[in-house]
Design a protein around this ligand. Structure first.
Ligand code: G3P
Ligand code: CA
Length: 336
């Protein structure tokens, strides 16, 4: 130990070495070498520390179940930060996480070769350059393979700065969000419960996602294959657990919907904000559900939903919602 040896030789009462001069002469180059080695070691240490800071994983997140049960409303970015970036793309997800969204919502449809792709519409027209590229309108997502779909531009329609942005596969989206320490609310528009369960289980995504769908038959089937995954009954539904289409029923959340939602295995009801009431939220809570609302973007909508007592708000503007939540908290008490 260099430091120890030097400290000993300099300690009070110690005797100088017999051949101090010769020793010093001898020590000069060695000392310089040691100093250089120390400086190099220190530089190396600083470099490694900086590197670790840069590449270290995001801070530890609460478990998903604790996040869902948090005693504050969750901020859920609708199709990513879709107010500022092209919806359902990696830049939109990264931006949402950068402003602290608790979850990133996205939509999936399968490609022709069965790969879950991240896109909202069943056709490519609105959010890609497919019409221009392939010279046809109303091209279904499932008319092309994943590889073909990934040659499309899914960003330029939103803004030139996003030109070249690709349609993500669900797996790419999940990996991107996981790498940033975030969670995903997967809305399965169309899909095979077996394919989704296998994707989540094989890649160990099951603890970091919530799966929701308007198709409650899909949820019921998915729950049988992956009971460990948290489910959201998205409503009002387009299909009931038995595969039938609901007809003549009010879209407002009520006891009837909650009974049916329970059959899917869902722990959350995710409901149209316009079809939620205080009574409905209270009833859902009494029955053990958490309630999330979609899609709210204005301060008035946020305030109304918070007053109803919802546990999560899905929004195109997550930073706007965070700001409102921050400003409505009482200021911390000051010392006199
Ligand atoms: O998360 C719920 C919400 O996304 C449902 O509506 O049409 O935006 O998928 P939509
Ligand atoms: Ca959606």
């Amino acid at each position: 130990m260099i430091l120890g040896a030097e400290t000993r030789s300099a300690s009070p009462g110690s005797h100088p070495p017999k051949h101090a001069k010769a020793h010093r002469t001898c020590r000069g180059p060695n000392h310089t070498a040691r100093a250089l080695a120390r400086a190099a070691g220190l530089t190396c240490f600083c470099f490694l520390a900086c590197l670790m800071l840069i590449v270290s994983p995001a801070p530890a997140q609460p478990r998903l179940v604790d996040l869902i049960n948090a005693d504050r409303p969750l901020v859920i970015a609708h199709r990513g930060y879709s107010g500022l970036a092209p919806e359902n793309t990696l830049p939109a997800f990264e931006l949402a996480l950068a402003v602290g969204a608790d979850l990133v919502e996205l939509d999936t449809h399968p490609s022709r070769d069965g790969v879950p792709m991240v896109i909202h519409d069943a056709t490519l027209d609105r959010t890609t350059d497919a019409v221009e590229r392939w010279g046809r309108k109303q091209i279904p997502v499932n008319a092309h393979t994943a590889a073909e779909l990934q040659t499309l531009d899914a960003g330029r329609w939103f803004h030139a700065r996003y030109a070249g942005t690709r349609l993500p596969t669900l797996r790419e989206a999940l990996e991107t969000v996981r790498a940033a320490g975030g969670r995903v609310l997967i809305e399965c528009k169309v899909g095979d419960p077996d394919v989704l369960a296998a994707l989540l289980q094989t890649n160990r995504f099951t603890d970091d996602v919530v799966v929701q769908s308007f198709n409650w038959e899909f949820l019921h089937q998915f729950h049988a294959r992956a009971p460990e995954v948290v489910l959201g009954a998205l409503g009002p539904p387009s299909r009931l657990v038995d595969g039938s289409t609901p007809v003549g029923l009010s879209g407002t959340l009520n006891e009837r919907w909650l009974r049916e939602a329970r059959r899917t295995g869902a722990r959350l009801v995710v409901w149209n904000q316009k079809q939620l009431s205080r009574t409905a939220v209270n009833t859902a809570v009494e029955q053990g559900f958490r309630v999330w609302a979609y899609t709210a973007n204005t301060p008035e909508q946020f305030e109304r939903l918070l007053a109803l007592g919802v546990h999560g708000i899905i929004t195109d503007h997550p930073a706007r919602l965070w700001r409102l939540l921050a400003l409505r908290r009482p200021a911390p008490a000051r010392d006199p």
